[in-house]
Design a protein around this ligand. Structure first.
Ligand SMILES: [Zn+2]
Length: 416
């Protein structure tokens, strides 16, 4: 019934890895018409009272259909339609979370149903977790890889934080619905996948330079999902049933890789930190939000450009003397010592032009400029975005800390 899930569980056991991170998921169904299996799944679980979460758009494209399907079968089918903010955005912020939590208290459902794209899932995931309920994912667009992850990126007082909560108990990703989603959303999903080039590099970098935990299987699963998208970029661009199916399964597989290793390392590196930086800036400025995957794709292009430059500069800038300064010297020295390993990982990264071309093929913005990110914001984010996740040692962070220490050393040497 759930081919992807079974395959990954099997591979985990063969590699001696406990697949316990996937235990909460009963079913993952992808393909044409799979939504019709939803009532049977809920009945088998003994569910009678359901709260469905949508926004205005996702209610129209799928929510209404789900409601009509469930109402004759279940005693209680309630609906929370998430409200938009003044910019027309539905955000995973305090008002949205409270809206769902209040409806959970009012209707006392046994399960919550997320019918929508990434944000609807993040709100539902966190609200269900808070109430001690499980949730079912019904994605309406192949736009992000977060459907099957535990991390809920939420916005509290304008700051984006990611809270570990719960994964879905089931996923029904119906390509009849997903192929009808706007082209920009599929392009964004492709951008979120393309970002795995740099996230996978950063994960390996963190393990080499800072001893961060690494899981080969989770990296392999993420890499093969990424490769499958790149190999089928034409079908994804045309949003054929096959193309959207491939993209959807890749996004789900990437999410499962995160669940398997218990954190978002395989799928989120410097490109995600830069994208979060832009998002917070847009919130501060009261600007309408950009799609997550569109930001990740464009940020990946910039991170790749930086990393290619660092590869060309070689190990010398990381040498002991050059990096002599304060606290992070040890890590910079570690980059120097392990340069050969790091360089061979850097060699696997496509150059920024290739990444831009891939994004252009699916019709997405192919650079921060095309996305509307100002030069000033881009510069600031490339210098400071690593501060968003200080528990990760990305090459962006290493480079920024090294640059700061070298400036500091120069200043102290010259008595400034
Ligand atoms: Zn992402």
């Amino acid at each position: 019934m759930s081919r992807i899930l079974e395959e990954i569980r099997q591979r985990a056991r063969e590699s001696g890895i406990d697949p316990g991170g996937l235990d909460d998921i009963d079913v993952i169904r992808t393909g044409s018409g799979v939504l019709s299996e939803l009532p049977g799944y809920l009945k088998d679980k003994g569910i009678q009272n359901i709260l469905m979460i949508t926004d205005k758009d996702t209610y129209e494209c799928a929510g209404q259909r789900v409601e009509v399907m469930l109402k004759p079968v279940f005693a209680g089918v309630h609906l929370t339609m998430l409200k938009e903010d003044t910019k027309g955005d539905v955000l995973a912020d305090e008002p949205s979370l409270l809206q769902v939590i209040l409806d959970i208290q009012k209707h006392a459902p046994q399960i919550v149903l997320a019918v929508g794209s990434g944000t609807v899932h993040d709100i539902t995931r966190y609200a269900a977790y808070t109430a001690g309920l499980s949730f079912v994912a019904v994605p309406t667009a192949s736009s992000v890889d977060g459907f099957t992850s535990k991390g809920a990126p939420i916005i509290i007082r304008g700051e984006k934080i990611t809270v570990q909560s719960i994964g879905p108990s089931a996923v029904f990703a119906d390509t009849d619905i997903l192929t009808k989603a706007p082209a920009a959303l599929a392009a964004a999903g492709f951008g979120d996948m393309l970002g795995k080039y740099t996230s996978l590099f950063d994960w390996k970098f963190g393990s080499i330079a800072a001893g961060e935990p690494y899981m080969e299987l989770a990296a392999d699963l993420t890499r093969s999902a990424l490769q499958n998208c790149v190999d089928h970029v034409g079908q994804i661009a045309s949003r054929s049933e096959e193309g959207i199916h491939i993209l959807t399964e890749a996004l789900i597989q990437s999410g499962l890789a995160m669940l398997l290793c218990g954190q978002s390392h395989p799928a989120s590196g410097a490109e995600h930190h830069v994208s979060h930086y832009w998002e917070m800036e847009y919130i501060r400025m009261g600007k309408k939000q950009l799609l997550h995957g569109a930001k990740v794709g464009a940020a990946c292009v910039e991170i790749s450009r930086l990393y290619q430059r660092l590869a060309a500069e070689g190990p010398d800038p990381w040498s002991y003397e050059a990096s002599a300064g304060s606290g992070e010297t040890g890590k910079a020295a570690s980059v120097y010592v392990h340069w050969n390993d790091i360089a061979s990982e850097l060699a696997r990264l496509p150059d920024s032009g290739t990444l831009s071309d891939l994004l252009r093929k699916v019709g997405g913005p192919a650079s921060p400029k095309e996305l509307g990110i100002s030069h000033d914001l881009l510069e600031r984010s490339m210098k400071d975005a690593h501060r968003i996740r200080m528990n990760r040692y990305t090459m962006l962070r290493a480079n920024n800390e090294r640059n700061r220490e070298q400036t500091w050393s120069l200043h102290s040497a010259s008595g400034k």
